[in-house]
Design a binder for this molecule. Sequence first.
Ligand code: GLN
Length: 448
Amino acid sequence: DAYLARIETLEPHIRAFLTVTPDVAREQARQADERRAQGENAPLLGVPLAIKDVISTAGIRTTCGSRMLETYVPPFDATVVQRLREAGAVFLGKTNTDEFAMGSSTENSAFGATRNPWDTSRVPGGSSGGSAAAVAAAEAPAALGTDTGGSVRQPAALCGVVGLKPTYGRVSRYGLIAYASSLDQIGPLTRTVADTALLLSVIAGHDPLDSTSGQHPVPDYLAALSKADVKGKRLGVVREWLDNAGLHPGVRDAVQTALATYESLGATLVDITLPHSEYGLPVYYLIAPAEASSNLARYDGVLYGHRAAHTEDIWDLFAKSRGEGFGPEVKRRIMLGTYALSAGYYDQYYKKAQKVRTLIRRDFEEAFQQVDVVVGPTSPVPAFKLGERTDDPIQMYLADIFTLTVNLAGLPGISIPCGFADGLPVGLQLIGRAWDETTLLQMAHVYE
Ligand code: GLN
């Protein structure tokens, strides 16, 4: 009730939610009380959560921030949602997102932008900006987001909360409405690293319904935090990221202060280089739109979502339904991706991008020969003003310059608050070895 009341008070200013579900929440809370009365001790019994609106929730509208799915009510739960229900969670509602998770500010939502709780003239980041803002404004104690190129970590940084993108395959994508299938991962946004560890333990693990989910055993991440020890740990500092001309000086200072703190706690700083990371942006913006153009082909006005009225024939139905249902950024990505995959250009663009993706992955493999964790800024800048970057897609794409390569390499990455620049929160990004979320969470936890 306290969270629902807070949502009601703050939503006119923040607009983190696309759908608030008080009836669902109260019923789940009642069931949680019952389960507790029967002696059950599930890990999230009675814990309220917000869920990004690209994750399917049975019986609860799931829009992807798009007119295309404005009235879509999934008949089934995503695996993560199923696991949260079993763990006893209480669903407060579905959070705002850039349309189909394409964006870095939540301004690409068809239903209006979310505001950053630290300064409501600024963006919360994106695409999981609704989830990050909800947690930052204490409209929810924790939330789920999704991260294809930075969409959990970057809004976490801009809103001053913790955000984790797990290793590709750590968390089932079944029921996550696909953007770019080889990059998408679901991850928690929380106020503390301990909360992220707890949520990850609940949602992680193999799922027979997602063939890309890994068989690796899921450790008790929360229990592991008490064994965290920085002494002797080697932190790789990415030189080209700290020297990047687009890096805000206040962000650089905050990150450098955090690095000094780690050093004083007993860690060793090691300069490393990721020579192919400079190609991360072009590689990502070939691969992600290519996969998106294929995934979004299903929205044809027949099976799913918006259907145009008064059409002449089937082709007219496809064209008008898609023309009306999708917003400008989604159309841009579909055109880019279709072009990159087309005969004659495939080798030159998509295939080439896949090769450079391998080089980017190898850069990290080499770095992890020398260090335990790679560190750097999450976002080059603190929260920017609403409207500041909407006219220039490249400026918007640059918001994820330090996060995209982590998805291309399939690695786990976390953003934790590390101070302020211009009075706005700054995020420190830690990147770990594949499947080793434990070390990553431990290293993040000691900094808190
Ligand atoms: N900003 C990036 C994009 O628009 C990343 C988004 C995401 O991680 N979902 O593709």
